[in-house]
Design a protein around this ligand. Sequence first.
Ligand code: MC0
Length: 252
Amino acid sequence: MNTLEWKQEDGISWIALSRPELRNAVNYEMMDELDEILHKIEATDDKIVVMTGSGNRAFCSGGDLSLFHSLYTEAEAYGMLSKMGQILKRIFLFPKPTVALLNGAAVGGGCELITACDFRIARRNTKFGFVQGSLEITTGWGGGTMLFERLKPHDAMTYLMTSQLFAAEKGFEDGFIHQLINDDENLEDGLRQFLNPYLKQSANVLSAYKKIWLNKFDLATFEENVEKEIRNCSKLWEKEEHHAAVRRFLNK
Ligand SMILES: C[C@@H](C(=O)O)C(=O)SCCNC(=O)CCNC(=O)[C@H](O)C(C)(C)COP(=O)(O)OP(=O)(O)OC[C@H]1O[C@@H](n2cnc3c(N)ncnc32)[C@H](O)[C@@H]1OP(=O)(O)O
């Protein structure tokens, strides 16, 4: 694997997004490798999946703008967005519980990725934000649809409509982040402490409860809503306002 690290330990499957020089931005190779690893993990006896980022700066900075900047038309954007949208849906609907461990900032699509996970655990000083609005687009991997399943509508709208970066503490107050880990604490140790009561249960029990949550969804409606989100974002993507905003980010 070139863009991910995978380890299995004590019933936990750890996936680390590993492009730290670009703050773990997602490129096509990472999408393919995520898809591959999720298939592998599904076939294991591991109880819980933890997703984190390499380095201490970022969990994930979203789509790789230096690469996706070359996508110009609505159709080109749709190809990329729907490819990653499929992966986010797989994570959201994954048969085992999933945890996002924020070792650093989760921004743009990175914030969508943590939203697809069942639990979010963060180092105290980290930030997260759906900054897509400041790039003149919206969430485009399905994370907006998923956020409304995680939060009260008012809080979800505030996160999405203001494009702000928020402190992990704010996420904790809103119930978006489920556990904060102090700066002087080892991140993995903090996570293990959080997961211990869950890991005492069997994989079958954990998967069965995950299934009860997923049974709540009318899958066809959920998929349709994600699709509409991806299509809307694709339309905004091809506008000059978006391309100009990305140029400003890349030339800063
Ligand atoms: C697809 C879409 C969607 O939601 O559907 C999206 O995701 S839109 C993508 C939304 N993402 C963003 O707008 C990117 C935001 N990135 C940031 O705000 C920041 O990089 C942080 C993640 C907070 C990290 O800040 P920090 O000060 O640690 O690093 P930095 O900004 O100096 O970045 C280090 C290097 O990584 C690059 N870099 C950072 N994020 C990148 C990205 N998403 N794509 C491509 N390159 C990126 C920077 O240009 C820089 O390159 P050099 O070392 O060469 O100077």
